[in-house]
Design a protein around this ligand. Structure first.
Ligand SMILES: [Zn+2]
Length: 102
């Protein structure tokens, strides 16, 4: 038999609180010890903060990649437009050359 950490009475291990070691009667009677509650809350806060932080940095990386991609697409569009213009000029020149013969 284990002892309750609050009232010191013998209690079955299955009836004790996992975190505080208090029997059911003590759990009903009062709150958990503040130190353990704070530690657990702090741990949860740390985990939440860590997960949120890593998600933020992922999003930051993604938006940087996205703007790099946008820049690349813009350069491609410019190159493509320049080539289209060149093709148009070439075909015009060809047409001008072939017109007198026809
Ligand atoms: Zn107790």
């Amino acid at each position: 038999m284990a002892k309750c950490t609050r009232c010191g009475e013998d209690v079955s291990p299955f009836q004790r609180d996992i975190f505080t070691g208090a029997c059911r009667r003590c759990q009903r009677a009062g709150a958990r010890p503040a130190s353990l509650g704070c530690g657990t809350l702090l741990l949860i806060a740390l985990i939440v903060g860590w997960v949120t932080g890593s998600m933020r940095s992922d999003i930051r990386d993604m938006s940087r990649d996205l703007s790099d991609l946008e820049d690349a697409v813009e350069r491609l569009e410019e190159a493509s437009a320049a080539q289209l213009e060149e093709i148009r000029e070439l075909s015009e020149a060809l047409e001008a050359d072939s017109l007198p013969e026809s």
